[in-house]
Design a protein around this ligand. Structure first.
Ligand code: HEM
Length: 394
């Protein structure tokens, strides 16, 4: 992974900055904050930096390392230029999201929604990476991780269409909050459940010691890819969802569950995925499956409820994905910091469960929001340690 070491460092730095931003969101719920800092903008700055710079570059650098030989310096340089540009734009969007959110910024006589413009440029770098990857990929193998990476990039491409759709829709003059919200949630669902989940499964498959599949390889990616396209109605306001949309979302969720169970079955047989950290990852994948089964059954659980959707999103992206990244990139160093990172994430997820609206209040500690705030800074501390570990091992 050494050619992409600085990419990884910058991604880790993004995680730290975005994590501290998340902490300030929780801090601001209890203590006074500067007047110019709005909650919605803090959330935008946090979530976009996480999506742009924490989710994408580490998966992409891993993919690039898988298709390009370390002696092919010219191809490595092209990937690096693309990933540095992506990271630069991600960092550049951060202050605009923090101060202005999606509002326009006055520049001279004009007024430009700079955060949205930079976000559009970030998406162009995704297309740039997809182009580079598939150009190099033609000579690559057909391993399971390669298949998952191919599918994940297809999901990224499709998800981005939803995001462009939101921008274009603003100019149509049609006044339909349902369509605008549906496109936003289509983007979020396919990005998270398609691109990020398939990408992180691809990383896990490149680490496991077996390529012996008990099913046809299509079962590992097709249900997740197609399922991710169908689940967005679950994120809408329940009363706006027609029975047809509801059944589509349930069918999509079922597809994802079936495929995840197959992945989990293979992972449980792998001798490499042992030890506390990998067992935690497999446990969190099981929790994700249980959550999704609960959404399919008539339990009354609506995944789009704010508390529940924040919990679910962090279960996947902070829980499963961030722990896998640390394991993949630091496999032989910083072991204790990685264990502390994993435990601190379990704390964050537990506190998010307590404020999800589904936790019995009698089982929550007093001063709950103090605990929620304290837990939210914990993952940043071992991440800082690991960041300095990579910087000083240069
Ligand atoms: C130290 C780690 C993290 C902390 C402390 C944290 C904290 C927060 C907080 C406080 C919110 C606002 C919750 C609310 O609106 O009630 C939030 C939302 C969000 N976070 Fe995180 N987060 C962390 C990690 C991550 C990661 C790793 C990702 C993605 C890779 C992520 C993506 C998001 C997104 C997309 C939202 C917006 C959710 C929504 O509005 O529905 N977060 N986070």
């Amino acid at each position: 992974m050494s050619p992409y070491k600085h990419i990884w460092q910058l991604s880790l730095l993004s995680f730290i900055i975005a994590g501290i931003t998340g902490f300030f969101y929780r801090y601001g719920m209890l203590y006074p904050m500067p007047e110019w800092l709005h909650f919605a903008n803090l959330r935008h700055a946090h979530s976009h930096l996480m999506f742009f710079n924490w989710v994408c570059p580490p998966i992409m650098a891993w993919m690039a390392a898988g298709v390009v030989d370390s002696s092919n310096l010219s191809a490595i340089r092209k990937f690096k230029v693309c990933l540095y540009t992506m990271l630069f734009l991600g960092f550049a969007s951060y202050p605009f999201f923090l101060i202005y959110g999606y509002q326009s910024v006055p520049i001279g006589l004009a007024s430009i929604p700079l955060a949205a413009v930079i976000s559009g440029l970030v998406m162009l770098t995704w297309y740039w990476f997809i182009y580079l990857y598939f150009r190099e990929r033609t000579t690559g193998g057909k391993s399971t991780s390669n298949l998952l990476f191919d599918a994940s990039l297809l999901a990224l491409l499709i998800s981005s269409l939803g995001a462009w759709g939101v921008s274009v829709f603003q100019f149509t003059g049609i006044d339909s909050p349902l369509i605008a919200s549906a496109m936003t949630h289509f983007f979020l669902a396919v990005f998270t459940e398609g691109w990020a989940v398939l990408g992180l499964l691809g990383i896990i498959w490149s680490i496991v010691d077996t390529e012996t599949l008990l099913v046809k390889s299509g079962w590992l990616w097709m249900p997740i890819l197609f399922g991710s396209l169908m689940i967005f109605p679950f994120s809408l306001i329940q009363s706006l969802v027609s029975p047809m949309m509801l059944y589509t979302a349930k069918a999509g969720t079922l597809l994802i569950v079936v495929s995840l169970i197959i992945h989990l079955f293979h992972f449980l047989r792998s001798a490499v995925l042992s030890g506390f950290i990998w067992k935690t990852v497999l446990f969190l994948i099981s929790v994700k499956i249980i959550f999704q089964v609960a959404a399919i059954l008539p339990t009354g659980i609506w995944p789009g409820e704010h508390g529940l959707s924040v919990l679910y999103l962090h279960l996947i992206l902070l829980g499963i994905m961030s722990i896998v990244f640390m394991e993949a990139y630091f496999h032989d160093s910083g072991r204790y910091a990685r264990i502390i990172f994993t435990i601190s994430i379990l704390f964050v997820i537990a506190t998010l469960a307590m404020i999800s609206g589904y936790w019995p209040p009698s089982l929550a500690p007093g001063n709950l929001y103090i605990w929620v705030m304290a837990a939210s800074i914990l993952p940043v501390l071992p991440a800082l340690h690991l960041f300095f570990l990579t910087v000083f091992s240069d």
